[in-house]
Write a protein that binds this ligand. Structure first.
Ligand code: ZN
Ligand code: ZN
Ligand code: ZN
Length: 374
């Protein structure tokens, strides 16, 4: 951990050593990480997902190496992976990169594969390393990735501030006569304009669509009296993600809406207030669920309270009944209860950090009901 004058980097060079130690602790001979968040977490390399094999090999006992297609070598060398003393080997178009990995690795009994590795690579690695049991790399890396470093918290905070600026612009776009898709296009542009590398999702769920938690955006025309659930997020140049939901109403809300919106806001507040090191993930879920159930809307809160976030929008820890895992300082996750009675619905979502003394919210736009002009 660095001082204020010398902040620790987001992708520190000692990650490779920590990953090797975690590989040993998890009982794997090696981790095999194809492009995705595990590879980026360990090296900082935001590698391109494609059919040609790129694979970081992290053996428990030998030095790590990165195998890349020749045409990706310049990108790999220009990435943070080029600055950490990592052995990078390029393969030619007619080489068999799977045989190359197997040859360099030598005899192994078990390998941990990147959780989101393509089946194409999983099966070819099985054929190239027939004696190796295959497991998930998360068995080794979960313990590292689940607790964010101060640099990761700063990256998530920057993402939170960027998506808050997008929500601040929403009232200007939610006008009767416009479609959900038109609003979603404005949002996608703004997600990039406010500092993200890309928009990942733009849920604009109006009227009855608001009762469908993962509705995308449709041709439905916004109408006076609509509640509109807007759940949006993107990935920052740092690799870290944003995810924030606010619910808006156009003109006067539906008759019973204001009452349950207040219940929802209280539930979201109660769950945030429950966050502290040592409390279980499921107790935070219960803290959100109790006031909603007590008010008679329990059947309309149809999803878990939250999910972890970092280099993936959804990752460990999941804030859900059945997850007794105690929260630890540095965990990052959403608190996003919703109530979906059917004709309409509402959700409020913030990303929070489990701090030493409690909850640190990374989204700070108003949670009061925002009424936009009809
Ligand atoms: Zn979701
Ligand atoms: Zn979320
Ligand atoms: Zn969301």
């Amino acid at each position: 951990m660095g001082t204020e004058q010398d902040p620790a980097p987001l992708y520190p060079a000692d990650r490779l050593g920590k990953a090797a130690a975690a590989t040993r602790d998890a009982g794997f001979s090696a981790l095999l990480l194809t492009p995705g968040s595990d590879l980026r977490y360990v090296t900082g390399y935001d590698a391109h997902q494609q059919e040609r094999l790129t694979c970081l090999v992290v053996p428990a006992e030998q030095p790590p190496f990165l195998v890349v297609p020749r045409l990706e070598l310049p990108a790999a060398l220009a990435s943070p992976a080029g600055d950490i003393g990592l052995d990078i080997t390029a393969w030619e178009e007619t080489d068999d990169p799977y045989a190359l990995v197997a040859r360099r690795l030598g005899p192994v009994t078990s390998v941990g594969l990147a959780d989101r590795m393509w089946a194409l690579m999983t099966l070819r690695l099985r054929a190239a390393l027939p004696a190796a049991r295959q497991g998930l790399a998360s068995e080794a890396l979960r313990g590292l990735r689940i607790r964010k470093t101060p640099a990761e918290v700063a990256a998530l905070r920057e993402a939170g501030e960027a998506i808050d600026r997008v929500h601040a612009r929403l009232p200007g776009w939610l006008r009767p006569g416009r479609t959900e898709l038109e609003v979603a296009a404005d949002i996608a542009d703004a997600i990039v304009a406010e500092g993200h590398a890309r928009a990942d999702f733009t849920i604009v769920a109006s009227g009855p669509n608001a009762a469908s938690p993962h509705h995308g955006a449709s041709g439905r025309v916004l109408t006076a009296g609509d509640a509109v659930v807007v759940d949006i997020g993107g990935t920052m140049p740092s690799g870290y993600c944003s995810d924030c939901t606010r619910t808006y109403v156009i003109g006067a809300p539906p008759p019973d809406f204001a009452a349950y919106y207040q219940v929802l806001k209280d539930a979201q507040e109660a769950a945030c207030a429950a966050v502290r090191p040592g409390i279980s993930a499921e107790a935070v879920d219960a803290a959100a669920r109790e006031p909603i159930t007590e008010a008679g809307y329990g059947d309309h809160f149809i999803h878990r309270t939250g999910h972890g976030i970092g280099l993936e929008c959804h990752e460990d820890p999941y804030i859900v009944a059945g997850n007794a895992e105690p929260l630890q300082q540095g965990m990052a996750f959403s608190i996003e209860p919703g109530i979906y009675p059917g004709a309409h619905g509402a959700r409020i979502e913030d990303i929070v950090i489990c701090g030493e003394h409690g909850c640190d919210r990374l989204n700070n736009g108003t949670r009061e009901l925002v009424v936009v002009g009809a």
